[in-house]
Unconditional design. Structure first.
Length: 280
């Protein structure tokens, strides 16, 4: 528990430094590293892709997708995505043809999931961070540096609220096979807590930075984000259960791997990105 709390504090400080002190490329590289680990965890640690050449191709595509988001590079993201889809498609089936005796075609499907879907969802955080539709007062900050905290708050804040609500009021199991400790009461507490936390954060941002985010949008992001985060958590728990692993990794002391910590964020961040593009 001490390691978990200590790492949480260190991680929080690191996020603040990356958002408000260091150049944007630092955060973009950090998320790229998270994408690399997430791809390896979901298809490598689980052995869903066990052909080494296919695994290497998937890792390279994942990194390429992240690099395509770097603001310092004159790249069109749509062109990058289309190019990587083509490379992965041709490369994966070429590898499948070469190793068809030992490589099941399902590895190609999981390769696409791990190399493209997972990192693209994670990179929603970068795309939100890069949003620059509104200046923040007379400062050098842009609005993306602040609203990127909202999906993290919706995911992790709701998870914390669900934990305590489950501890005090939990009686009915939510998904006893997939995640025995989760309860219906905890999930409800997470939705309510997530909505309240995001609402409070938005009220502060509206007052101090003139964000002008509608109250309904804050409640939708907090409440729906909590539900989506729960679905993300359970979804990646199913993969762990069915592949016989306890944790995706050990990169975060007390937390596990990248996907053990960011599984809920993968579902919340894209929703937040879509919501932000609708209201602004």
């Amino acid at each position: 528990m001490k390691a978990r709390v200590l790492f949480g504090v260190i991680g929080f400080v690191a996020v603040l430094l990356a958002l408000y002190v260091f150049p944007a490329i630092v955060l973009e590289i950090a998320v790229a590293v998270l994408c690399l680990f997430a791809t390896y965890e979901v298809i490598g640690t689980t052995r869903l892709v066990h052909n080494r050449l296919e695994l290497l191709l998937c890792l390279l595509v994942s990194v390429g997708l992240a690099v395509g988001h770097f603001s310092v590079l004159p790249l069109d993201l749509q062109d990058v995505v289309q190019g990587l889809i083509f490379v992965l498609l041709v490369g994966s089936f070429a590898i499948e043809l070469k190793f068809h005796d030992s490589m099941n075609v399902s590895q190609v499907s999981w390769g696409f999931f791990g190399a493209l879907i997972v990192p693209y969802l994670m990179l929603s955080l970068v795309r939100i961070f890069q949003m620059d539709f509104q200046p923040v007062g007379q400062t050098d900050f842009h609005v993306g540096q602040f609203i990127v905290l909202l999906p993290l708050l919706a995911a992790w804040g709701a998870d914390t609220c669900a934990l305590f609500a489950g501890m005090f009021f939990g009686k009915h199991k939510l998904a006893p096979v997939v995640s025995p400790k989760k309860t219906v009461e905890g999930a409800v507490g997470g939705v309510v807590g997530g909505a309240v936390l995001v609402l409070l954060a938005v009220l502060v941002m509206n007052a101090l930075m003139g964000l002008d985010m509608p109250i309904w949008a804050a409640l939708v992001l907090g409440g729906a984000g909590a539900v989506l985060g729960e679905i993300g958590d359970l979804s990646f728990s199913i993969i762990k259960r069915q592949t016989g692993i306890k944790d995706y990794g050990h990169i975060f002391p007390g937390h596990g791997g990248v996907l053990d910590r960011f599984d809920s964020v993968l579902f919340v961040a894209p929703f937040a990105e879509i919501l932000f593009r609708i209201i602004w």
